[in-house]
Design a protein around this ligand. Structure first.
Ligand code: TPP
Length: 569
C-alpha cells in the first residue's frame, strides 16, 4: 500500500517505539501535523522550539531512550539550535525533525528557508536531508540508530515539505547497515589485561568516571569493579550518581568546583583510570600541570576523545559498561586483591586527611537568611524517601546542587554540563516528568536561568505535571557576580537586577502554585507544602547574595591550586 511521506513519518516513529515527542508546528510541517492529528499521536505542544528540544533532551536523559523533537523550517529550526548544541555537548541521544521549504524552492531564499543542514552540522552527530520519499523510512531508522549507538548524540532529519506529500510504498528496513559507521563496543582484551596489570602496580590509583558510564548503563559494573579493588572514585559533573556520592570510596565531584580531596587525589595519583570522560578543561584545569605523576588508562566509546587533550598510555575503545564487564572478568584472585588493598592503604589515609582538612563547608547566616547550600541540603533531606530526579540549570545553584545533593543512582541528576545552557532546567524537567511520570522531579534554577524558558511552565500546568521548581533567588547572575568579585575587583557589571518578576503571581499566571520563602525557619514548611501538591509548584527561595562556590580552581589554574572556603574569623 502506498503512503504519503507524512504517513511514513508517523508510522516510522511508531515502529521506533516513540511514545511521546515534543514540537511546534508551522507551514513546512503541516502535512505531518495533519497526520499526527489523525493518528492522535502523543505529541506535546511546547511554547518555543528551544523548549521542545530541551524537553526531548530531558526525556532522553531520564529514560535512556532517544528523545524526539519536531519543528518547522527557518525560525523553527534556528530556535532548535541551542537545544541541539546542548544535547551534542553532553552526548544525548536525540532525533530532531525539521521541516524544510519545498525541494524546488531550496536555495531561493524562500519564505522561512534556512540552511538547516549547514547550521546544525557542527552541533549534531549527523544530519540528513531527505530528497526522495522512498528514502524517508530508511533515514528515520538510521537516524535513531546513529543517535543511540556508539557515542550518542543528536541527529537532525530535514524534510522538505513536498516529500511529506509524495507517496511511495512503505518499507521498514529490518536492520541498519551503514558501512562507514561501525562503533566499537567490545574493548580489546589484550589492552584490558595490560590496564589491569598496570593498575595492580599502582600505589595511588583513582577512577575518574563520567557521563559515559551513565549513558552506557554501566553504573553497576563500575561499582563492582571499584569495590573489588577498593579504588577511590571521582565523578565528573556529568557522571554524578554513576557511583553513590558520599560512599566511603567516593571522592565525589572533581574539577573547577570539585571537592578538595578529589582534586588533590587527581593531582597526586600515579595511575588514573578514566572511564566515559573526555578530559574537559573544567576538569583538568591547566593541562601542563594536570595529574603530572599519573599514567592514564582511558576507556571510551569514541576513539576521537582518546589522547585529545591528555596523552593516554593505555587506550581502550569500547562501550563503558561492556569494557567494565571485561575488567570484572579479569579481576585478580583473593590473595592478589588483598595484597593490592594493603598496597593502597596509605593512599586512602592520605585522602582521608585531605577530606578532614578541607571538607565542603559553609556557615549559616545569623539573621536566619537562607544560604543556597542549605536549600539544597534541605531539599535532599525532605525528599530522601522519594528518590527524586533533580534537574539543575546553570550557575552557582547548579554547582551547589552538584556538591551538596549526594546522588546515589544514575539518571537522577540532569544538567547541561558541556554547553552550560541557561534555561535548560524547566523544559528538561518537563521532559523528565513525561519519561518518568511516577517520579518526583525537582527543578533547581537560578533567578536568571528560570526566566530564559519560563514560557514552558504553562506546559507543565496543561499536562498536569507535578514538577517542583525551587529558585535559588540571589537577585543576580550569581556565577558571573562571583567571577567579577574574584577576578574583576568587584566591578559588578550588568549582573545585579533592578527589577524582578513577582514570582508567586508569575507561577499563578502560568497555572502553577507559587510560594515565597526567605527564612531558614520557614523553609521546611513551605517546601513540604509545595512537594505535597499534585500541581506544578514554583518556590521563590530568597537566598543570600554574596555567597561563593568553593572550592574553586581559577580558570587556567592547576587542579591543586584551589581557592578554598575560609570560615569568617
Ligand atoms: C544562555 C546563557 N547565557 C549566558 C550564560 C553565562 N552564565 C553562566 S552562569 C550565569 C548566571 C546564572 O544566574 P542565575 O540563573 O541567577 O544563577 P546563579 O548563578 O545566581 O545561581 C550566566 C549569565 C550561560 N551559561 N548561558
Amino acid at each position: 500500500m502506498e503512503m504519503t511521506g507524512a504517513e511514513i513519518f508517523c508510522e516510522s516513529l511508531t515502529r521506533e517505539g516513540v511514545d511521546t515527542f515534543f514540537g511546534y508546528p508551522g507551514g513546512a510541517v503541516l502535512h505531518i501535523y495533519d497526520e499526527i492529528y489523525k493518528r492522535k499521536m502523543n505529541h506535546v505542544l511546547t511554547r518555543h522550539e528551544q523548549g521542545a528540544v530541551h524537553m526531548a533532551d530531558g526525556y532522553a536523559r531520564a529514560s535512556g531512550k532517544v528523545g524526539v523533537a519536531l519543528v518547522t523550517s527557518g525560525p523553527g529550526a534556528t530556535n532548535a539550535v541551542t537545544g541541539l548544541a546542548t544535547a551534542y555537548m553532553d552526548s544525548i541521544p536525540m532525533v530532531c525533525f525539521t521541516g524544510q521549504v519545498p525541494s524546488t524552492l531550496i536555495g531561493n531564499d524562500a519564505f522561512q528557508e534556512a540552511d538547516t543542514l549547514g547550521i546544525t552540522r557542527p552541533v549534531t552527530k549527523h544530519n540528513f536531508m531527505v530528497t526522495d520519499v522512498k528514502d524517508l523510512a530508511r533515514i528515520i531508522r538510521e537516524a535513531f540508530y546513529i543517535a543511540s549507538t556508539g557515542r550518542p548524540g543528536p541527529v537532525v532529519v530535514d524534510i522538505p515539505k513536498d516529500i511529506t506529500a509524495d507517496k511511495c510504498k512503505f518499507h521498514w528496513p529490518e536492520s541498519v547497515d551503514i558501512p562507514s559507521y561501525k562503533p566499537t563496543v567490545q574493548g580489546h582484551m589484550k589492552q584490558v589485561k595490560k590496564a589491569m596489570d598496570r593498575l595492580l602496580r599502582a600505589k595511588k590509583p583513582v577512577l575518574y568516571v563520567g557521563g559515559g558510564v551513565i549513558l552506557s548503563n554501566g553504573a553497576e559494573e563500575l561499582s563492582k569493579f571499584a569495590r573489588a579493588l577498593n579504588i577511590p572514585v571521582t565523578q565528573t559533573l556529568m557522571g554524578l550518581g554513576c557511583f553513590p556520592m558520599g560512599a566511603p570510596l567516593s571522592l565525589d565531584m572533581l574539577g573547577m568546583h570539585g571537592t578538595y580531596r578529589a582534586n588533590m587525589a587527581m593531582s597526586n595519583a600515579d595511575v588514573i583510570m578514566a572511564v566515559g570522560v573526555r578530559f574537559d578543561d573544567r576538569v583538568t584545569g591547566k593541562l601542563e600541570k594536570f595529574a603530572v605523576h599519573a599514567d592514564f588508562i582511558h576507556v571510551d566509546v569514541d576513539p576521537a576523545s582518546i589522547s585529545k587533550n591528555v596523552e593516554i598510555q593505555i587506550p581502550i575503545v569500547g562501550d563503558a559498561r561492556v569494557v567494565l564487564e571485561q575488567f570484572n572478568e579479569v579481576l585478580p584472585d583473593s590473595k592478589k586483591t588483598e595484597a593490592f588493598h594493603k598496597q593502597i592503604a596509605p593512599w586512602h589515609e592520605q585522602i582521608a586527611k585531605w577530606e578532614a582538612t578541607h571538607p565542603l563547608a559553609y556557615t549559616h547566616n545569623e539573621t536566619g537568611a537562607i544560604k543556597p547550600q542549605f536549600m539544597i541540603e534541605e531539599l535532599q533531606r525532605l525528599t530522601k524517601d522519594r528518590d527524586p530526579i533533580v534537574v539543575a540549570d546553570v550557575g552557582q545553584h547548579q554547582m551547589w546542587a552538584a556538591q551538596y545533593f549526594k546522588f546515589q543512582k544514575p539518571r537522577k541528576w540532569l544538567n547541561s554540563g558541556g554547553l552550560g545552557t541557561m534555561g535548560f532546567s524547566l523544559p528538561a524537567a518537563i521532559g523528565a516528568q513525561f519519561a518518568c511520570p511516577d517520579d518526583l522531579v525537582l527543578c533547581i534554577a537560578g533567578d536568571g536561568c528560570i526566566q530564559m524558558c519560563i514560557q514552558e511552565l504553562i506546559v507543565a500546568a496543561e499536562y498536569k505535571l507535578p514538577i517542583k521548581i525551587f529558585i535559588a533567588n540571589n537577585s543576580c547572575l550569581g556565577m558571573v557576580r562571583q567571577w567579577q568579585e574574584f577576578f574583576y575587583e568587584k566591578r559588578y557589571s550588568e549582573v545585579l537586577w533592578q527589577k524582578e518578576p513577582e514570582w508567586v503571581k508569575l507561577a499563578e499566571a502560568f497555572g502553577a502554585i507559587g510560594f515565597d520563602v526567605d527564612k531558614v525557619e520557614n523553609f521546611e514548611k513551605v517546601a513540604e507544602e509545595a512537594l505535597a501538591s499534585p500541581q506544578p509548584a514554583m518556590v521563590n527561595v530568597r537566598v543570600t547574595q554574596d555567597e561563593n562556590v568553593y572550592p574553586m580552581v581559577p580558570a587556567g589554574g592547576a587542579l591543586d591550586e584551589m581557592l578554598v572556603f575560609e570560615p569568617p574569623a
